[in-house]
Design a protein around this ligand. Structure first.
Ligand SMILES: NC(=O)C1=CN([C@@H]2O[C@H](COP(=O)(O)OP(=O)(O)OC[C@H]3O[C@@H](n4cnc5c(N)ncnc54)[C@H](O)[C@@H]3O)[C@@H](O)[C@H]2O)C=CC1
Ligand SMILES: O=C(CO)COP(=O)(O)O
Length: 337
């Protein structure tokens, strides 16, 4: 076991998921520090043990503190990246500049791939901090439910098996169960790709279609996720697991999903600018529709649902028109790669 309870864990990101994961870690570690950006929000966490903008009505454990000072990472036994994917490179650069010990394990918990390079978050972190042990954590886990101690399961992935097993213990409580895997790419890609299908599910609700359409989307979305995910380096079986179909289902069906809410508002006629401004939190599917669409073109993979979401978000194609185009594509057998 690589960790003991007297150590200090640091979570980069004091938003909804950083706070909920901090709560999970606080059951193992004596001290957990959330690194945020806003001094007032950190003061609220330290004084009142609440984070009302992100998790209203949740009382945080007393051993969770918050700070805007990245230097707090220097004595951490474990550092989690729970930031919007657009902030991962900047945060990893900051840790490299501070000079954190090369032995500190780093865990990426964000869901997306980088625009331009098309690389995964753990690859960005390893590029900037090449000697630190690296892992990823993902699954069907909305912060609102985890912070309310509603039962959830996730998966931690690392090629370092001792690290994966140690993190499994740290990430397990009476309400949160964590499995292990060594398919780091597959885990990250499932989490990234499902965001686009969750926007599509929201659009379907927004334009007034029913349960049949969502079931078709989830099923064909899984086929598309698996096809593209394999091309980008994941293993097929991982997409049938918690970080694949598990996360796809929760975000396509749950009203907690920010991506789903973005899609629903778009389907109801709001503009992308209006809905993202109102949300006030990150919906990774919005930037990731661009990065994932570009990755699919680069690898020449057929992705009709991703293409439709891209056209609705970025080419002003009316959702109804995109839907008819999807339904009237060339006919084919159900099982085909
Ligand atoms: N909310 C959820 O239920 C889940 C979210 N995730 C993933 O976790 C990641 C973070 O999402 P949320 O916490 O939900 O987002 P959020 O929008 O609730 O919070 C993000 C936080 O990061 C802060 N931030 C941005 N740049 C920063 C920087 N450079 N340094 C420090 N803080 C910075 C923002 O100010 C904000 O407080 C995303 O990739 C998301 O897909 C994964 C599983 C569940
Ligand atoms: O990844 C998530 C749940 O597993 C969060 O999804 P949303 O960003 O759509 O809320």
């Amino acid at each position: 076991m690589l960790f003991n309870s007297s150590q200090h864990a640091v979570v980069l990101g004091a938003g909804s998921w950083g706070t909920a994961l901090g709560m999970v870690l606080s059951e193992f570690f004596d001290k957990v520090t959330l690194i945020g950006r806003c001094p007032e929000q950190c003061a609220e966490i330290n004084s009142f043990h609440t984070n009302n903008n992100y998790l209203p009505r949740v009382q945080l454990p007393k051993n969770i503190a918050a700070s805007v000072v990245y230097q707090e990472t220097k004595d951490a036994a474990l550092i989690l990246f729970v930031l919007p994917t657009s902030a991962t490179r900047e945060a990893a650069t900051e840790l490299a500049t501070i000079g954190i010990p090369a032995t500190t394990p780093l865990v990426s918990c964000s869901k997306g791939i980088e625009r331009g390079s098309g690389i995964r978050m753990s690859e960005i972190i390893s590029e900037l901090l090449p000697n630190n042990p690296i892992a990823v954590h993902s699954g069907p886990t909305h912060a609102e439910e985890v912070s309310a101690h509603l039962a959830s399961a996730a998966v931690v992935g690392s090629q370092n098996l001792e690290l994966a097993a140690s993190l499994q213990t740290v990430f397990t409580t009476s309400y949160f169960r964590t499995y292990t895997s060594d398919d780091v790419a597959g885990i990250e890609l499932g989490g990234a790709l499902k965001n686009v299908f969750a926007i599509a599910a929201g659009i379907i609700s927004g334009i007034g279609l029913g349960d049949n359409a969502i079931a078709a989307l989830v099923t064909r979305g899984l086929a598309e996720m698996t096809r593209l995910g394999i091309a980008l380096g994941g293993r097929p079986e991982t997409f049938s697991g918690l970080s694949g179909i598990g996360d796809l289902m929760v975000t396509c069906y749950s009203s907690h999903s920010r991506n789903n809410r973005v899609g629903k508002a778009l389907g109801s006629g709001e503009t992308l600018e209006e809905v993202t401004e109102r949300l006030g939190m990150v919906a990774e599917g919005v930037p990731n529709t661009l990065s994932i669409y570009e990755a699919a073109r680069k690898h020449d993979i057929e992705t009709p649902i991703i293409n439709a979401v891209y056209q609705i978000l970025y080419e002003e194609k009316p959702a109804q028109e995109a839907l008819v185009e999807l339904l009237t594509r060339d006919l084919k057998p159900e099982i085909s790669q």
